[in-house]
Design a protein around this ligand. Structure first.
Ligand code: SAM
Ligand code: SF4
Length: 429
């Protein structure tokens, strides 16, 4: 956090969402806090910056070893063979470390209409061909297996950008028809949501998370490489009018780009009844330019918020949720203003409590965001596997889930961390 900005007297800036945002000093002039342009800084060594976190988390490979330890000349065998020993043949999605996956994230498309610098290259990615994307019915079937055979308790639909799929309303309506009580949420950039929020709500969507990293049009255009801040705000307004809620706002802070916006974002969010969530920048970007030293650590984000608000740990606790949640109050005011969440995947990993299982838009199970392995569920489904067969493939995949961060070692800033081939947009965040 820029100390100079943090201590400047706030002043309100009207935004088109019907509320005011309080920002500070030069930031009040739209775009004035932009400090850099062009590509993100190149990566220094992993040992720098967060090295102490890596040291704290570094542990021996253990009996299960690591991917890097395999001899490439060894005969071909299922790389999961050892890890599949003891896999359950019934019940839910358990793994070797005692975790149970009940939180299902399904990506419905890898394409996106924005190009956030921390996620995608400027030219986009090689998109999946249509024939490899799960169809409406295939997504519906996979969710039904997860909920009815494997105990999934909640669903988040993500991408790429889910709104790019014209059949999103049909996907949600089908899932809702099969699973009347399933909480269904959507992670979206909200571009185009103004025209679809009501239909999505009517189809059975409960709540949304909207990615919004800045309140300044110029910074938005630089960060997403598209000039669409007004569309996002219109989408948020429509979502609120349609009764989608709670609405959470996801922001990734980038040093020198939007890191002076912590307090204005919290102020704007709580003023509008949204929960603000800050996500530490993770090594899942398409440009492969992530650097540990550029990560704004959760502790700095908390400290920045506390310069303007009083934070109290949310009494509901965290459970398996990725975000550490805080109650937000304005100084001297005992009334609860709202909540803020901080997702500290890099500096304070929470892998031990992870309850997530993911399916990519081409129907592959990923047991961990950072996995180097995927399990194809779509081919067996298309080849006629029954629900019991699909459920067992899924159980096996999750039993082999790595302990942390794609291997059996904790820490994204550790020297031997290898970024997975798929990037965030291709996995589904
Ligand atoms: N397009 C939708 C959106 O942006 O909300 C859904 C997909 S996006 C991949 C899901 C979430 O991943 C977003 O909240 C985004 O901010 C986050 N994300 C993308 N790349 C990230 C990275 N390198 N580190 C941390 N979060 C990232
Ligand atoms: Fe698209 Fe979401 Fe990635 Fe931004 S974060 S490029 S909106 S998929």
């Amino acid at each position: 956090m820029d100390a100079e900005h943090a201590h400047t007297t706030p002043r309100p800036v009207p935004l088109s969402l019907g509320a005011t945002v309080t920002t500070r000093g030069p930031a009040a002039q739209l775009g004035a806090i932009r400090t850099t342009g062009g590509p993100r800084p190149t990566a220094p060594s992993h040992e720098q910056g967060l090295a102490h976190d890596a040291d704290r988390n570094r542990e021996p490979g253990g009996a299960l070893g690591t991917d890097a330890a395999r001899d490439p000349r060894a005969p071909q065998r299922d790389p999961r063979a050892d890890r599949l020993l003891g896999a359950p043949q019934e019940g839910g999605l358990r793994d070797r470390f005692g975790r149970v996956a009940t939180d299902l994230r399904v990506s419905v498309i890898d394409k996106c209409n924005l190009r956030c610098t921390y996620c995608m290259p400027a030219d986009g990615m090689p998109w999946l061909p249509q024939s490899q994307l799960m169809s409406t019915d295939e997504i519906r079937r996979i969710v039904r297996v997860a909920v009815q055979s494997l105990g999934a308790e909640e669903l988040r639909i993500t991408g790429g950008e889910p709104l790019v799929r014209k059949d999103l309303e049909f996907i949600i309506a089908g899932i809702r028809a099969d699973n009347p009580d399933l909480p269904i949420s959507l992670t979206t950039n909200a571009v185009g949501l103004d025209r679809r929020a009501q239909a999505l709500k009517d189809a059975g969507l409960d709540r949304i998370n909207v990615s919004l990293d800045t309140l300044h049009p110029e910074t938005f255009a630089e960060l997403t490489r598209r000039p669409h801040l007004d569309k996002v705000l219109a989408g948020l307004q429509a979502a609120r009018a349609a009764g989608l809620g709670p609405i959470k706002i996801n922001a990734v802070l980038l040093r020198g780009i939007n890191d002076t916006e912590v307090v204005p974002l919290v102020d704007w969010a709580v003023s509008n009844g949204f929960e603000m969530r800050f996500i530490e920048d993770m090594p899942l970007d398409g440009d492969r330019s992530w650097s540990a030293t550029n990560v704004i650590p959760a502790r700095d984000i908390r400290a920045a918020i506390e310069e303007a608000f009083t934070l109290t740990a949310d009494p509901r606790g965290r459970g398996a949720a990725p975000a550490e949640r805080w109650e937000v109050r304005r100084p001297g005011d005992p009334v609860l203003a709202g909540h803020v969440g901080i997702i500290s995947s890099v500096t304070e990993p929470f892998c031990a409590a992870c309850s997530r299982t993911r399916v990519t838009a081409d129907g592959r199970i990923r047991s961990c965001l950072f996995s180097h392995e995927e399990t194809d569920l779509l081919t067996p489904l298309r080849d006629g596997a029954d629900d019991a067969g699909l459920a067992q493939i899924w159980r096996d995949a999750m039993w082999a889930k790595p302990r942390a961060h794609g291997s059996d070692r904790v820490g994204l800033a550790r020297a031997d961390f290898v970024q997975p081939e798929r990037t965030m947009s291709a996995i589904g965040g």
